[in-house]
Design a protein around this ligand. Structure first.
Ligand code: PEP
Ligand code: MG
Length: 386
């Protein structure tokens, strides 16, 4: 729900106990999603303060719109690819409005969740074709369905998992129910026709799962060939990195995969053993902690040395400060909610990546510290727009 609301730019504050008991019809309510606050029947001074804040936001938005057609390039000329995460038909408008470079993560499961039965091959193919057509030549990375966990589909009668995030979900379901996966691949191949097709698998834990998913894809490609259907001009098959175990198989994975997309929303909950949907833990582990940053730094460097493209599509990619840190670690491709493209592009265009890299290298011992303060100071000292 949070991901979809963010995509639609709807402010959301969740889990406010008894909020609805305290709100009467026609009450004025201010919902401040940035600060996680709601004000019911606000006093005049609060109302005025928010009116002023909204004027500032509107000005900022105008600045972001003015950068829409400019490239995501740092001051020292490093090109950062800025894509959107998508999953709703309205996201194609966002692709145009934001001037993003492409769709770095297309969450196919959202259309499965927004349906009263499994969409058949025809329905899926129509939808994926509309997405490829609407992207108008910009790259789209489709992620095969990531149902299960917190993404439940109403018509799927699975046993209730004790630990849904670590349960029967994503590629685990796809491999246990290969017909579902094959239908989705058939729909993707059909939708692409003779155009490029890029797809990736979620929650891959072992290289053998990547191989098994690839086998299913090859079966569908053979089927399309036999039936003399059109085949994708260029096929690119990648995996998400969401389960830490996969990094211990990097040498064999890097030989097989065309690219890797890091999903920090899931990765960090497993790295820190910290449920991403538990509000009591929301601020306990910092994505900017030395542990997280050194994990990502080692990972991105290994991928780059092997010449395997790597991107990051977790929510942190859409936060200017975190995105700046990711660039400092070596990431050159970020994918985020459409509303984040403007703020992140403004940050990118005001940053010297080499200055930041040097600054990070000069910090030999930061154990015990969150990097947030250090990064914020760097941004302030160097007029980086965070
Ligand atoms: C992630 O886990 O970071 C990710 C992008 O996937 P999702 O949020 O859809 O689980
Ligand atoms: Mg995920």
């Amino acid at each position: 729900m949070a991901i979809v609301a963010r995509a639609l730019a709807i402010p959301v504050v969740g889990r406010v106990v008894a909020a609805l008991d305290n709100i009467e019809q026609m009450d004025t309510v201010i919902i401040d999603g940035n600060e996680a606050k709601i004000h019911i029947r606000p006093a005049d001074d609060i109302y005025q303060a928010y009116t002023n804040k909204m004027a500032v936001w509107a000005q900022r938005k105008a600045t972001y719109i003015s950068t829409r057609d400019l490239p995501g390039k740092t001051k020292d000329g490093i090109r950062i690819r800025l894509d959107i995460n998508a999953g709703l038909p309205s996201d194609l408008d966002h692709l145009r409005q934001t001037g993003a470079d492409g769709i770095g993560l297309y969450r196919t499961e959202i259309s499965f969740m927004d349906s009263n039965k499994f969409p058949d091959v025809n329905r899926q193919a129509d939808l994926y074709k509309r997405v490829i057509d609407g992207a108008n030549g910009k790259p789209v990375v489709f992620r095969t369905m990531d149902i299960g966990g917190d993404k439940r589909v109403p018509y799927w009668n699975s046993e209730k998992d004790e630990n849904p995030a670590m349960g029967w979900r994503a590629v685990r379901i796809s491999l246990d129910k290969p017909t579902l996966m094959r239908h989705q691949m058939r729909a993707l191949i059909r939708a692409a026709g003779e155009r490029d097709l890029s797809l990736m698998f979620p929650m891959v834990t072992e290289v053998s799962e990547f191989d098994a998913a690839l086998d299913l894809l090859n079966t569908e490609l053979d089927r399309a060939k036999q039936k003399r259907k059109k085949l994708p001009k260029d096929l690119s098959v990648g995996t998400m990195l969401e389960v830490p175990a996969l990094t211990f198989q990097l040498p064999s994975l890097l030989k097989r995969t065309d690219f890797i997309a890091v999903g920090t929303n899931d990765l960090f909950q497993f790295l820190f053993a910290s449920d991403r949907s538990n509000p009591d833990l929301a601020n306990r582990y910092d994505p900017m902690s030395p542990a997280a940053l050194s994990f990502l730094h080692d990972f991105v460097n290994t991928c780059l040395k092997a010449n395997v493209p790597v991107s990051l599509c977790g929510e942190i990619a859409g936060e200017p400060l975190e995105a700046m840190a990711l660039i400092g670690l070596g990431f050159r491709h970020l994918s985020m909610a459409p509303t984040s493209i403007g703020p992140v592009k403004s940050m990118v265009r005001s940053l010297s990546a080499s200055d930041l890299e040097q600054h990070l290298e000069s910090l030999t011992d930061f154990s015990g510290l969150s990097m947030c303060r250090i990064l914020r100071t760097f941004a302030m000292d160097n007029s980086v727009m965070i």
